[in-house]
Write a protein that binds this ligand. Structure first.
Ligand code: CA
Length: 592
């Protein structure tokens, strides 16, 4: 199992960390963070490894034994705050850490499901989350557990007691900033271990950025805005500008230009780079901001030592459909034409699956992973979309009354070919398992002006289905041949994320309440269990006292019921919830 470790740079960090911070029992070290993907006794990072592959090396639960899988325990989040539960849990030293809606965090005994402590953030009146009161997970380091809250605060708690150690404001929630992503822990050579976060609020004209703080003290180390013309900072001093002023943005539009980095990032120890996706340019009405509007709707790579921008790749230049670009960028080795390339893959909301060289951001390939895409004819050899110009919502200033531009029907919808739900990469099959949705939208543009704390869209829209029998579609994507190997169709939209395992299985939840296991080679459903409410969170797996466990957060909600148009009506009868479920094989079956 340990033979899978390929992190050349790990040992340097590990030695430096060990010299500075001697580990105590149960504490999470830099070395443990960097080896998370190959250490199945714990789950220390969002993504089951900082590269975000979501692959568990465990195989006690496999194609043969999975039929015997039964619940071990279930934990209720309690209260009346039953909204979308999008959290990926962490596990360390026999404790499960899981976040809940309305910025709550629970520590639970991993063997029994008994609550150890609970932290409820006291949220002020007037928070402005765009897409339900969700949280996607926590981070662990040393004796602390970290998470970010809907009022844009970053909180560090003592992992044993749940008592706050420090709390830092990421930004002003009254300006439309909020925070929902799991923080990213990144060991560095120059500034110790950092907690790296983005910002939410792309629908309110915020300034998208990535920033890093000392994991020990919460002091800010660097800030990297993603919008061209904005200055980065290092320890409070201005450093380098992102791009050049007005190169791809007109006038002052970039100053409220969005690019929210709301889904968090990944870290690749092999390249030493932090990868983030950046959201839609603001406002949605693209006629107000001619140009590519860099680096919105992009993937960017940042040097965690100083916050410098190393490369950017824009998936949707001049985005006019809220395709964002935040989707996770997952490092993997691409074996193609007899070469091994340090690649990264990402399934964009715009409906295309991209493979890039993760050392320099160079385009390698793209393929559509949803059908009936309208806004682009394809992706050219440089990675740029070949637009269908007549599928861009029309300019309202060219309409008769100046109030509403021509409406178009676009596929995917603005909720995307894929949204927040993370995909997985199997180290065995070398396939990506992409939770996607097939849907479209009517969209038109309207005039809009920036006002602090107000929605900054300039668009009206309604989502519609494009197939009678399904919206959700879990697909196995081959990044070498650019082919879809298998597809599983689900009636309701998939919103929950995926886990792949060495047991030859892929786990994913559905809004209908099923946690399902699929054969990773064929897509056949080999096991399912209904948890009684929709699943919109990614499953995890870990080993507890010699037994493989599967865990998943349950609780229907998220953006679909709020923004889903016709689709929201279809799923309105799904009951809400708030719980964490754990499954294992019966002792007898496990020891056979
Ligand atoms: Ca957006």
């Amino acid at each position: 199992m340990l033979a899978r470790i390929r992190f050349g740079a790990v040992s340097i960090f590990a030695l430096a960390a060990a010299a500075t911070f001697p580990a105590h029992a149960g504490e999470v070290t830099d070395d443990m963070i960097l080896k998370d993907a190959v250490t199945p006794t714990s789950v220390l990072t969002y993504g089951l490894g900082t590269q975000g592959q979501r692959f568990s090396p465990l195989k006690q639960i496999n194609r043969d034994t999975v039929k015997n899988l039964v619940p071990a325990w279930s934990f209720s989040f309690g209260g009346e705050k039953q909204r979308g539960q999008e959290s990926q849990a962490l596990v360390n030293d026999g404790v499960v850490y899981v976040t809940g809606s309305y910025s709550r965090l629970y520590a639970i005994d991993a063997k029994t499901g008994e609550k150890l402590w609970q932290y409820d953030a006291r949220l002020p009146e007037g928070i402005l989350p765009c897409c339900d009161v969700v949280n996607r997970g926590a981070a662990l380091w040393k004796d602390k557990v970290y998470f970010a809250t809907l009022d844009a605060q970053l909180v560090a708690l003592n992992a044993k007691t749940g008592k706050p150690v420090w709390k830092k404001a990421i930004d002003d929630f009254q300006g439309g900033y909020s925070e929902t992503a799991a923080p990213l822990v990144v060991p560095t050579k120059t500034n110790g271990t950092l907690i790296v976060t983005g910002v939410s609020g792309g629908e309110f004209g915020v300034v998208g950025r990535v920033e890093a703080r000392s994991a020990e003290t919460g002091e800010k180390v660097w800030v990297r805005p993603v919008l061209e013309g904005m200055m980065g900072t290092y320890k409070g001093q201005e450093t380098t500008m992102t791009g050049k002023v007005n190169e791809t943005w007109p006038g002052d539009m970039y100053k409220f230009g969005g690019g929210a980095t709301w889904l968090g990032g990944t870290f690749d120890p092999e390249t030493g780079l932090v990868y983030f996706g950046t959201g839609n340019p603001a406002p949605w009405n693209s006629h107000m901001r001619p140009g590519d509007n860099k680096w919105t709707s992009s993937r960017i790579a940042i040097d965690p030592e100083n916050g410098d921008l190393k490369w950017g790749f824009q998936t949707t230049p001049h985005d006019g459909w809220d395709f964002d670009g935040v989707n996770e960028f997952i490092a993997f080795d691409l074996n193609k034409d007899g070469k091994t390339i340090k690649a990264g893959a990402t399934a964009d909301r715009n409906g295309f699956f991209y493979v890039l060289d993760r050392t320099d951001g160079k385009f390698i390939s793209a393929m559509p992973f949803v059908s009936k895409i309208t806004w682009a004819k394809g992706i050219d050899a440089s990675g740029r979309p070949i637009y269908n110009d007549d599928n861009r919502p029309g300019d309202p200033t060219k309409s008769a009354d100046g109030k509403e531009g021509a409406e178009v029907f676009s596929v995917p919808s603005f909720l995307g070919g894929k949204n927040q739900m993370p995909m997985a990469y199997s180290n065995d099959t070398h396939l990506f398992y992409v939770p996607s949705n097939e849907w479209g939208m009517n969209i038109h543009n309207e005039p809009v002006a920036y006002k602090k704390g107000a929605a900054y869209l300039g668009a009206g829209f309604t989502i519609h289905t494009i197939f009678d029998d399904h919206i959700g579609s879990l697909k196995a994507v081959d990044p070498v041949s650019n082919k879809i190997v298998w597809e599983y169709k689900n009636k309701a939209p998939l919103w929950g994320g995926v886990l792949a395992t060495a047991g030859g299985l892929v786990f994913a939840g559905t809004p209908e309440g099923y946690l399902k296991a699929f054969d990773d080679k064929t897509g056949e459903v080999v096991w399912q269990f209904n948890v009684g409410t929709g699943i919109v969170a990614p499953p995890i797996s870990w080993e507890q006292d010699g037994q493989q466990m599967i865990g998943v957060t349950a609780g229907w909600g998220g953006a679909v019921p709020l923004w889903g148009g016709d689709v929201a009506k279809q799923v309105k009868d799904i009951n809400q919830g708030g719980s964490f479920w754990v499954f294992k094989l019966p002792q007898k079956t496990a020891s056979n």
